[in-house]
Design a protein around this ligand. Structure first.
Ligand SMILES: O=C1NC(=O)NC(C(=O)O)N1
Length: 310
């Protein structure tokens, strides 16, 4: 029977699936459901220094082909998630979890990461450089000069495993430029992609979410081609030591197979998890294993990154 186990940095995971930050990860109740599912691990909701109520509702809307959201980083605050992660290190010493975070300012980001560095947290940190939904705040990783400066400063003091959650890029030159920046740093991973920022969904004559006159991040089937392109573009450009997490448009085992074929070592599920709940992990894992079995692949390394060209 094929295995879908995987490795990120020095950490091994029994399954290459996990939630995408923002989905099923707001509090202990949701995170516990992911722990007890077939998922190999979880990532917390992106934590900020202080708790945030986020944007006005309605701020999330499912559509036939995916979702639109403008949550605005609602979260229970850094200390809530750190406390829970430290508790899990005692109750689940054999598991490794991801901690998503970002500051509302550069100073806050450094304050957060210094707290992680000084803490007993022994998991993996995902720095969210791509939230499109905080009014007035840009998606950081679209500014490569700022991103390079931020990572330079971070790696002067942060010595634990760190990856970055990236927005989608849409230009080959931008893939080249972004990869050149990321290759300068000892990143454990990059995560492609966050939602495609500032889309608009209309029903009848109205937008469907309240914040920003209806503009929000797009997820689901709409974004798989862009997600796959970002995973593969960076897979081809980054030092092999920087692993790729693939996020975006995963509804089935076939979608996950394609992310891994493009180079992903881990696959995150967002919109589908929001719609279906944690049972989606078992379904999609079984679908991927059936595809691997049919093709004679025993592990994901047998086909990871081996996308064929014409
Ligand atoms: O990084 C994020 N991406 C999203 O699509 N939404 C959330 C949010 O708005 O909190 N954050």
């Amino acid at each position: 029977m094929p295995t879908t186990k995987t490795k990120i940095g020095n950490f091994e995971f029994e399954n290459c699936f996990m939630n995408a930050a923002g989905v099923f990860c707001y509090d202990r109740n949701e995170l516990e459901q992911v722990i007890n599912s077939e998922a190999g691990t979880f990532v917390t909701k992106t934590a900020t220094l202080q708790s945030r109520s986020g944007n006005p509702e309605p701020r999330y809307h499912d559509t036939a082909l995916g979702s639109i959201n403008s949550m605005g980083l609602p979260n229970l605050g850094f200390d809530y998630y750190l406390d829970y992660l430290l508790e899990l290190q005692k109750t689940h010493p054999d598991r490794t979890f991801f901690f998503s975070l970002v500051g509302m300012s550069t100073e806050d980001t450094h304050a957060l990461l210094k707290k992680v560095q000084e803490s007993d947290f022994s998991g993996i940190t995902e720095l969210n450089l791509s939230c499109p939904n905080v009014p007035g705040k840009p998606q950081i990783a679209y500014d490569l000069e700022t991103t390079e400066k931020l990572l330079t400063d971070i790696f002067s003091y942060f010595k634990k495993p760190l990856g970055v959650k990236l927005p989608p890029y849409f230009d080959i030159v931008h893939f080249d430029q972004a990869a050149a920046v990321f290759n300068k740093f000892p990143l454990t991973f990059i995560n492609c992609i966050n939602s495609i920022g500032n889309g608009l969904v209309i029903e009848d004559e109205s937008v469907v979410i309240k914040p920003k006159n209806g503009f929000g991040g797009i997820g689901g089937e709409y974004i798989k081609p862009t997600a796959l392109a970002n995973v593969h573009a960076f897979y081809k450009r980054l030092n092999p030591s920087i692993k790729i997490i693939g996020t975006g448009g995963v509804l089935t085992g076939q979608d996950a197979f394609e992310h891994i074929l493009c180079g992903a070592s881990m696959v995150q599920i967002g919109t589908t998890l929001h719609k279906e709940g944690p049972a989606a992990f078992e379904r999609i894992t079984n679908e991927l294993k059936a595809i691997m079995d049919k093709k004679g692949y025993k592990t994901i390394e047998d086909f990871r990154g081996k996308l064929k060209y014409l």
